[in-house]
Design a protein around this ligand. Structure first.
Ligand SMILES: Cc1cc2nc3c(=O)[nH]c(=O)nc-3n(C[C@H](O)[C@H](O)[C@H](O)COP(=O)(O)OP(=O)(O)OC[C@H]3O[C@@H](n4cnc5c(N)ncnc54)[C@H](O)[C@@H]3O)c2cc1C
Length: 407
């Protein structure tokens, strides 16, 4: 077990500085353009791939960093650069984490490299859980997976929505229900390999923020995948379903494939929100020192200086929650008080609040696209919605700390 330290080691600081350089020199200058274009910034992803920032090796190294803070440090720096481009770069990792959380070693070895492609031919991956009638309530998934014994194949049918990189991904990871009677516990995750017939892109959404990241529906119409595309394998699934059937008879059961992915990724998503908040805070601090009204810099007024003090305090508090949860996860400490959810809740709310304050400090300029704070404010808004809304995080925390079936 790695002891807890708030001092990142030399390796982590080197990674942070390296990513900061990429964020400042490559992402920041491109941010406004890709936000306006509302398109996936393939050239920037390719540049990241050439430098080794977009690769299986890089994320594996950060993911398995024993202190746990490798991923949060990386996320914070990239999203400090720009959230829309940042999500285009790291969106693949949500699908990769699903394979890591539910797949066998062989499946991880097969699919992770195909998700990223190569620097000369970059690919992205998508994680498809949400559906039109199953957002917060992941137990309500309607996408069905039926096993065709004779062919040794799974047949997937349904419509997924809100999928980051949905329809433009090489590899899609799809959560589907195998036994609807079991609710969330009757679900499993499947890899849909590149070019599989029956998977087609649906509507692409025009969004309020993170506009450089592609979000779309994915339609699954008689999609056939080989048996080995079931993450974890059929034997394990059959055992799990049998246990669930017993459990359901006794207690009414909880827990599923999608939730395993979300639980592991929540602190990382919190770290993304912190990156946006820190970026907006820095712009506001500089602005407050240089903008003069009434013959003095506006920061000379306590009203403005105290706002900045509160912004910095909340950002640091959010980072501490994220680092704690990340350290706990890396050291196999159970989230008994839903510490992962706490970190995502607080970081998401902080990003929204800090970017609102930053816009206020910049006055009229904060409201224009001449300054980046307006974009950061729009980008931050998703952090109280995806990967579990703030209300759902509160529900998870409240249930964990009370032991009560709060609804
Ligand atoms: C840009 C973007 C990217 C996304 N990327 C992905 C992705 O890659 N893969 C994927 O699978 N999904 C993705 N999502 C989906 C996202 O996780 C869902 O939007 C989110 O979980 C909320 O679901 P919903 O939109 O259906 O809202 P609903 O569940 O309909 O919620 C609506 C409101 O009701 C509240 N509410 C619901 N239930 C309760 C309750 N029990 N108690 C209190 N309040 C409640 C919610 O908090 C919210 O305020 C993405 C979404 C967006 C917008």
């Amino acid at each position: 077990m790695s002891t807890f330290s708030l001092d990142p080691g030399e390796d982590q600081l080197a990674v942070r500085d390296w990513l900061h350089g990429f964020a400042a020199d490559v992402m920041r200058p491109a941010a406004a353009e890709w936000d306006e274009r509302e398109e996936t910034p393939w050239p920037v992803i390719q540049e990241a791939a050439k430098l080794g920032i977009y690769s299986v090796d890089f994320y594996a190294q950060q993911y398995f960093d024993p202190s746990g803070v490798g991923i949060p440090i990386a996320m914070e720096e990239l999203f400090w650069g720009d959230a829309g481009i940042g999500l285009s770069i790291v969106g693949t990792t949500l699908a990769a984490v699903a394979v890591l959380a539910n797949g066998t070693d062989e499946q991880i070895g097969t699919w992770a490299p195909q998700m990223f492609g190569t620097p000369d031919d970059v690919k992205v991956a998508a994680f498809c859980s949400s559906e039109p009638d199953a957002g917060s309530d992941v137990s309500a998934l309607r996408t069905r997976a039926v096993y065709d014994e004779a062919a040794g194949e799974w047949v997937l049918n349904g419509t997924k929505t809100w999928a980051t990189n949905g329809g433009i991904a090489a590899v899609h990871v799809v959560v589907a229900t195998v036994d609807p009677a079991l609710g969330a516990r009757g679900q499993a995750s499947f890899v849909v390999p590149p070019g599989t017939p029956g998977l087609s892109p649906g509507q692409k959404f025009k969004k309020h923020g993170i506009r450089a990241s592609h979000t779309a529906e994915v339609v699954l119409d008689g999609v056939r995948v080989p048996g080995h595309c079931l993450l974890g394998g059929k034997e394990k699934l059959d055992e799990r379903l049998a246990r669930a059937r017993e459990g359901v008879k006794r207690a009414g059961g909880r827990g599923n494939a999608a939730m395993a992915t979300f639980e592991a990724s929540r602190p990382a998503v919190g770290a993304q929100a912190i990156g946006i908040a820190r970026a907006a805070y820095e712009v506001a601090l500089d602005y407050a020192k240089t903008r003069e009204q009434f013959g003095r810099p506006i920061i000379d007024n306590q009203g403005v200086a105290f706002q900045l003090a509160d912004m910095k305090t909340r950002i640091d508090a959010a980072r501490l929650l994220v680092w704690r949860a990340s350290w706990m996860a890396a050291n196999n400490r159970p989230f008994t008080a839903a510490e992962g959810s706490m970190s995502k809740l607080y970081a998401g709310e902080t990003a929204k609040w800090v970017t609102t304050q930053a816009m206020q400090i910049l006055g009229g300029n904060g409201f224009t696209r001449e300054y980046p704070v307006e974009r950061m404010h729009r980008d931050s808004a998703i952090y109280t919605i995806f990967e579990g809304t703030s209300e759902i995080q509160r529900l998870v925390i409240a249930r964990a700390v009370s032991g009560m079936p709060i609804r």
